[in-house]
Ligand binder design. Structure first.
Ligand code: ADP
Ligand code: ZN
Ligand code: ZN
Length: 753
């Protein structure tokens, strides 16, 4: 099937070149070239050589053949896009909006094969007696290095070369001299770079399968019997942390492997701890491989190579592990599916959940989602019957759910307590210090965007149109403050007196983890305090280090941001304090309630993991807010009912769909102008579809690195209508010749802009 022409996508991200270009396949390449390959082609007037991907091979010329250029060469060592991945890339481009090349790069996270690593071993070629003899001879000739090596080899006839050059401190030159003399030999062997912690191999294959509980077994049996009947379903496992979800995943994988298939397991990077990995390695040995952002390029390349060759059956990793080139994919498991990190933050802004669904359709695989606090999306789909829901009610190890107190900070103020610690939290911290038990204090700054609230009555200023809280903005020059809505741009002057109760304590919340640490030192001088936040976890291993220090009981109190609610189990933690639950509640974002509920539930789940009783203190100015009330009661269903009613009323996802169009510009009027032009076009061309167009307005972060950010939102019940609107937006961009990267599209955004 030696075709004459190739249609090629060029590696340039610009709307104008976002289409295949036709090239002649030279005779010399006809036998080797294939769809999905990376090739070098002359491009543009100067015929500069650039990279491109072959999308199609054909014998039909679409243009005047005399004008077609020839492919220059095949890129050696490049990873080809598999045909399934091409289909997936096209789906991603269509449904999220981006150029084809950006979509291709997304499905091809490893693009270049790295040379395999070589393992070199120094081997003794003489008997050990002779080696000792030689060592003596060298010693007499004062050739110390040679003597040392021969002596070492007398004891151990094969030693890794980097041990010899490292620990034994012997130069390569010395080794070569001994090799020339015929006493030693250097053996070379290709190996894969294995990105596993050193002592991981001890755990390999040593795991005993646990006997599943009846409710665990029921989940596995239902999913596997569907699978054996040829039914490829979608499933949601809703179960508190410790209810045995991971054990269910492993059993599912084992059974899927028995069927001759392979498995992808997505775990948010931050939750991908050593303990979790050990469990998988213990059970599946070197059939498992891992992806994470710490892997070197070589390690990544090797993991994908092993997967492509069918040498592994399981990959565990964050979002991008979805694009592992498994031939026989049977199941995709997404743990903690509610995590916002499953949404890509660069173009194309895809969601791993939706892409996984599509991948499973293409590959004929099943999709399993798991969470203690399912996303509204997943639970909504379960309610509609699109996903089958399983509930794992209880913790396997038993233990009571912790006792939760909601502390009303307005009352504290009335009683004259202006400290960040409520009286209850203060006395419980003291109590734990006396008993030698540990506490975790949690300050949630995620989504923190300068909301203003009244400390006396809890009043929060909200947008009358969008029902999200307004954020404080201070003009850099005039120092005048105002309150703004990040969705629609509604703006009012900053008030100094609470409109509800007249109090002057209407303030922004500014405490940070560092101040809390200082306060703890002052109030509890005897306490040993550890702090974990973005500042203290800059270096590669500091995150694990702090957590293991705390696990080893080298501190009494751990203060931190949302990072501390994940990962390790701490047996001695019996108190969890959430200092200001309101911070996430009033992020100016329609998901604020959902995030708050998730964070509070997770944080509460850290207390009392072992036999000891746990207590949780939630401090808030809004004790009656449904996210707080239901989180304290650990009542997901109750929360879901109220939250979905709000989404339904306001047409927020998943009840409807929302597309954000973010315009980036060097100066504010230009950005505004573009966004306004797009808004007009949408209103004009899609009038009969009745989309709801909101904005344009300045984004929550209005300027980053001197780039102005203007945002426009479009809401509609029907995703397909938004896709058509997106296509129209892309057409405008192409017609006007705007830079593609300066207009970003985001479907059902997980964070406000
Ligand atoms: P989750 O993933 O829901 O947090 P895990 O699968 O990690 O739950 O289970 C919590 C703990 O209970 C783990 O230590 C696990 O080894 C143990 N466990 C889970 N299932 C069983 C079982 N069937 N028998 C005994 N121990 C179990
Ligand atoms: Zn007030
Ligand atoms: Zn608004």
């Amino acid at each position: 099937m030696a075709c004459r022409y190739a249609n090629i996508i060029v590696d340039i991200s610009h709307e104008k070149v976002d289409r295949p270009f036709q090239y002649i396949v030279p005779d010399s390449l006809k036998e080797r070239i294939d769809v999905g390959m990376a090739v070098m082609i002359p491009f543009g007037k100067g015929n500069k050589l650039i990279k491109g991907y072959v999308m199609e091979l054909t014998d039909k010329a679409d243009y005047d053949v005399s004008k077609l250029k020839q492919i220059d060469s095949i890129v050696e060592g490049a990873v080809s896009v598999q045909s399934d991945a091409l289909v997936l890339a096209d789906w991603i481009r269509t449904n999220y909006g981006s150029t084809m090349i950006a979509a291709l790069k997304t499905v091809l996270p490893v693009r270049q094969k790295m040379k395999q690593a070589v393992k070199k071993t120094v081997c003794c070629k003489v008997s050990s007696d002779r080696a000792l003899e030689l060592s003596g001879e060298f010693e007499n000739k004062h050739q110390k290095a040679k003597a040392r090596l021969m002596q070492a080899l007398a004891l151990q006839p094969e030693i890794l070369q980097n041990m010899v050059t490292g620990k034994l401190n012997i130069s390569l030159k010395t080794i070569r001299l001994l090799e020339q003399a015929g006493y030693v030999e250097i053996k070379q062997e290709n190996t894969y770079r294995m990105p596993f912690p050193k002592n991981m191999s001890e755990a390999w294959g040593n795991g005993k399968d646990k006997k599943l509980s009846d409710s665990q077994a029921a989940v596995v049996n239902d999913i596997i019997s569907d699978f054996k009947l040829g039914k490829r379903g979608e499933y949601l496992i809703h179960g508190v942390t410790g209810s045995g979800k991971t054990e269910v995943y492993m059993e599912l994988i084992a059974r899927i492997i028995d069927e001759g298939k392979q498995a992808i397991v997505l775990i948010p990077e931050i939750a991908l701890t050593y303990q979790t990995l050990v469990r998988f390695f213990a059970r599946f040995g070197d059939r498992v491989s891992v992806m994470n952002s710490r892997l070197s390029q070589g390690e990544r390349s090797d993991q994908f190579e092993r997967a492509a060759r069918g040498e592994t059956d399981i990959i565990i990793g964050p979002r991008s592990a979805l694009f592992t080139p498994f031939e026989r994919l049977g199941i995709v498991i997404i743990d903690e599916e509610h995590e916002p990190s499953y949404k890509s933050d660069s173009m194309p802004k895809y969601h791993a959940r939706a892409v996984a669904r599509q991948l499973c359709r293409i590959k004929g695989a099943s999709l399993v989602l798991g969470s203690a606090t399912p996303s509204l999306e997943a639970y909504y789909a379960a309610q509609k019957g699109d996903i089958r829901l399983f509930e794992l009610g209880e913790r396997i190890a038993g233990g009571h759910l912790p006792k939760v107190y909601i502390e009303d900070l307005r009352e504290e103020l009335k009683k004259g307590n202006r400290s960040i610690f409520s009286r209850r939290l203060y006395s419980l911290i003291n109590d734990r210090l006396q008993k030698g038990e540990q506490s975790m204090l949690f300050l949630n700054r995620r989504g923190y965007a300068g909301f203003v609230s009244c400390r006396a009555c809890g009043y929060v200023v909200k947008c009358p149109h969008c029902d999200v809280s307004l954020s404080e903005h201070t003009d850099a020059r005039s120092r005048v403050s105002s309150l703004k809505c990040h969705y629609c741009g509604y703006e009012i002057p900053r008030m100094n007196i609470c409109p509800q109760c007249g109090s002057k304590y209407i303030l922004g919340f500014r405490a940070g983890t560092q101040q809390i640490e200082e306060l703890l030192h002052k109030d509890f001088p005897q306490a040993r305090v550890l702090r974990m936040d973005a500042d203290t976890t800059r270096t590669r291993d500091s995150y694990e280090e702090i957590l293991s220090q705390f696990a080893n009981e080298e501190a009494d109190i751990l203060v931190g941001t949302q990072m501390i609610v994940k990962g390790h189990d701490f047996a001695k933690v019996t108190l969890v304090g959430i200092l200001a639950a309101d911070m996430s509640l009033y992020a100016s974002d329609y998901r604020a309630g959902e995030r708050t509920f998730q964070l509070l539930t997770q944080a509460a789940g850290r207390a009392g993991r072992s036999g000891l009783e746990g207590e949780v203190v939630i401090q808030t100015y809004q004790p009656e807010h449904y996210a707080i009330v239901h989180a304290a009661a650990q009542d997901y269903k109750g929360f879901y009912e109220e939250e979905i009613a709000y989404r339904d009323m306001m047409l927020y996802p998943p009840a409807a769909h929302m597309m954000a169009v973010l315009v980036l510009s060097d100066n504010e009027p230009d950005g505004r102008g573009c966004a306004a032009e797009l808004a007009d076009m949408i209103k004009r061309c899609f009038d009969s579809d009745r989309p709801i167009v909101i904005g344009p307005s300045q984004a929550a972060v209005g300027r980053i690195n001197d780039i102005y950010r203007t945002v426009l939102y479009v809401k509609h019940k029907n995703y397909d209508v938004l896709v058509r609107i997106k296509d129209a937006v892309e057409n405008v961009i192409a017609e006007k010749g705007w830079n593609r990267d300066s207009v970003q599209i985001d479907f059902d955004p997980v964070n406000a802009y």
